[in-house]
Design a protein around this ligand. Structure first.
Ligand SMILES: Nc1ncnc2c1ncn2[C@@H]1O[C@H](COP(=O)(O)OP(=O)(O)OP(=O)(O)O)[C@@H](O)[C@H]1O
Ligand SMILES: CC(=O)N[C@H]1[C@@H]2OC[C@@H](O2)[C@@H](O)[C@@H]1O[C@H](C)C(=O)O
Length: 387
């Protein structure tokens, strides 16, 4: 036991660390594994993604996760089993990836595990939750640590809650440390299941930067494709390109009170789901294409509105997340930005956009172990030891 603590103290002093970051997002598509080389800490951090893979969940795994994610009622027994089973699954996927990359486990300093969000409950969006923000990510760090023999830091969002925030987005910290610029205003947009952005005004401090969720990214189209059309998603936005925008439906979607709340805020599929779409449809019988086109336009408008409301005229906008592959969505965002903002691919910042979120958690683990309070105001994540 003490040897693990001494090892952790040695790791904390290392100038260069190898940290495996893990992320499984709200799309429930698979586990992202990023082996990151991290030099330094705080504002002098340099992060390189050395290896990256996404291991897609198989259909029965997706179904099991889907049955528990964002549901107000679940089977408690299977939830309990899921927590342990995901730990076993993650550990075996990490061990396999390291083997494939020919990386010895004892050269990896830490694993940083986000876990699977099952429920996200910020108090400002839930009338029945008067006093507390709460969020729940499962996958037990002890199982990952014991089965990989690597010290694991997991469950990053609870400290954010404990410090009075909503538990999300956490991306602000990584974006600020890695990408803030002395003379350029930057916006880093991520379009995953839920969309979010980080605003980094030129030469900003952490408190002058801001991250917020913006609303549904791909999740409503994904859910419609999956449940109604039997497709995983709208490949390249082809269905959206073939339909018409239905204005009454669009207006009903945009009338959700989340969009009246000021930034920063956070959300999830607890609010933006099939039931929300059903209410917005209000019994109208549009064809599938029109529904998908309108849902995609809804995402484009909410994203572009948030960027426009920042009030910055000259900025660099970098985009990551699976939504970048949706050609129709990206064209509509550009159009709602009045084509005055140059949209850049996140890879121009030197990182594979698909690896960005997994790398963020590697960076947060690095701060927890080696950071000073001059960089981030508090540590995040709980430490699990292998022995
Ligand atoms: N070729 C493609 N064409 C259109 N959409 C795509 C394509 N590839 C991925 N996507 C979209 O991207 C989604 C996955 O995005 P991503 O992996 O960024 O989400 P996530 O990380 O799970 O979500 P979050 O960031 O909310 O946690 C898919 O579900 C799909 O909607
Ligand atoms: C509760 C939760 O898991 N939120 C995720 C989700 O996926 C995107 C958006 O909603 C974001 O707020 C967050 O993830 C990113 C990585 C974050 O915390 O910055």
């Amino acid at each position: 036991m003490k040897t693990d603590i001494i090892k952790l103290a040695t790791i904390a002093e290392k100038k260069t660390k190898y940290i495996v970051g893990l992320m499984s997002g709200t799309s429930l598509d698979g586990l992202d594994i990023a082996l990151c080389k991290i030099e330094g800490a705080g504002k002098s951090t340099q992060l390189t993604v050395e290896q990256f893979t996404t291991i897609e969940y198989n259909p029965s795994q997706k179904q099991l996760l889907g049955e528990h994610a964002s549901k107000s009622q679940v089977n408690l027994k299977t939830l309990c089993q899921l927590n342990a089973w995901l730990g076993e699954l993650y550990a075996s996927l990490i061990n396999n990836a390291l083997k494939e990359w020919q990386v010895a486990a004892d050269t990896v300093d830490l694993i940083a595990s986000h876990g699977q969000t099952l429920y996200h409950c910020p108090k400002q969006a839930f009338a029945d939750v008067e006093k507390l923000n709460s969020t729940l990510q499962i996958v037990d760090g002890d199982i990952i640590a014991a089965k990989t023999n690597i010290i694991t830091i997991a469950d990053f969002r609870q400290k954010h809650i404990a410090k009075g925030y909503e538990g999300a987005p956490l991306v602000q910290y990584g974006d600020y440390l890695l990408y803030s610029h002395t003379s350029i205003d930057r916006v880093l947009l991520n379009i995953g299941g839920i969309s979010n952005l980080t605003y980094l005004p030129k030469n900003c401090t952490l408190t002058q930067s801001m991250s917020s969720d913006l609303g549904p990214g791909n999740t409503l189209v994904d859910q419609y494709c999956r449940h109604v059309l039997g497709l995983p998603f709208d490949e390249n936005g082809e269905i959206a390109s073939s339909g018409k925008i239905q204005l009454p439906f669009l207006e009903a979607l945009l009338s959700h009170e989340f969009f009246d709340m000021p930034l920063p805020k956070s959300t999830g599929q607890e609010l933006f789901n099939q039931t929300f779409v059903h209410h917005a449809l209000d019994g109208k019988d549009y064809n599938h294409e029109d529904i998908i086109t309108t849902l995609t336009e809804f995402t484009a408008i909410t994203v572009a509105n948030a960027v426009n409301e920042l009030g910055t005229t000259e900025l660099e906008l970098y985009v990551s997340g699976g939504g970048i592959h949706n050609v129709f969505l990206m064209a509509r965002i550009e159009s709602h930005l009045n084509n005055r903002v140059l949209i850049k691919d996140f890879s121009q910042l030197g990182i594979n956009p698909d690896a960005k979120e997994a790398a963020l958690f590697a960076l947060l683990a690095n701060e927890t172990v080696s950071g000073g309070s001059d960089a981030l105001p508090f540590s995040m994540g709980k430490i699990s030891l292998p022995t």
